[in-house]
Write a protein that binds this ligand. Structure first.
Ligand SMILES: [Zn+2]
Length: 204
């Protein structure tokens, strides 16, 4: 594998580890899809996680404006899924620090733990394993800005956008692979249901 793996190599790794699955899936919100992705399954292997975060860090470092700020850069994730990516990038870049936000339960807003304070104008790179709707990263961006930080870019392993995905322009945005699954808004409009394919319910 090259220092920055190709889209095919990343997809191959996701398939090989069971992180990317073909089939017929039903999401908790009722959507049906022909593909399911759970990047955490690929991150069980430390070596895979390292390969992907080092690759992503190389793309980030190639940006001269971000490169100039690496010594003071905070790498911040919106939850546990982004943690291996955040630590991997922080190590590879030798950035200043890494931390994450979380929710006290699924319905609460994202927050940082007690006593986390941001320096005024603190430079922040937002990272996660996947960007799908963009809601999670948009909420994290607002949280960082409300604490006085400045988001200077975003990086994720997989970009799986839909026409409704939130855009973060003009911020630089990096990803290793871009995937597009076919989604159906419910069982009634699902081609796979029409063909009688057995459906599997997924948690997230
Ligand atoms: Zn279906």
């Amino acid at each position: 594998m090259q220092l920055v793996p190709t889209q095919e190599e990343v997809v191959g790794l996701l398939r090989e580890t069971g992180a990317l699955r073909d089939g017929h899936f039903e999401y908790p919100n009722g959507l049906h899809a022909n593909e399911y992705l759970q990047v955490a399954l690929a991150m069980r292997s430390y070596q895979h996680s390292k390969t992907m975060s080092v690759a992503l860090s190389r793309m980030v470092r190639a940006n001269p404006e971000i490169r100039a700020l690496i010594g003071e850069l905070s790498i911040v994730a919106p939850g546990t899924g982004g943690l291996p990516v955040a630590y991997g990038i922080c190590e590879a870049l030798r950035a200043h620090q890494v931390y994450w936000a979380e929710r006290s339960d699924g319905t609460q807003p994202l927050r940082f733990r007690q006593y986390f304070e941001m320096a005024p104008g603190e430079k922040v790179l937002l990272v996660d394993d996947i960007l799908r709707s963009g809601k999670q990263l948009a909420e994290l961006k607002n949280l960082v800005e409300s604490k006085g930080g400045q988001v200077i870019g975003l990086a994720v392993i997989v970009y799986q956008d839909t026409p409704r995905t939130i855009k973060f322009d003009p911020l630089p945005f990096y990803y290793l692979a871009r995937l597009d699954a076919t989604y159906y808004k419910d069982a009634a409009s699902c081609d796979l249901c029409k063909r009688g394919a057995p459906v599997e319910k997924v948690w997230i």
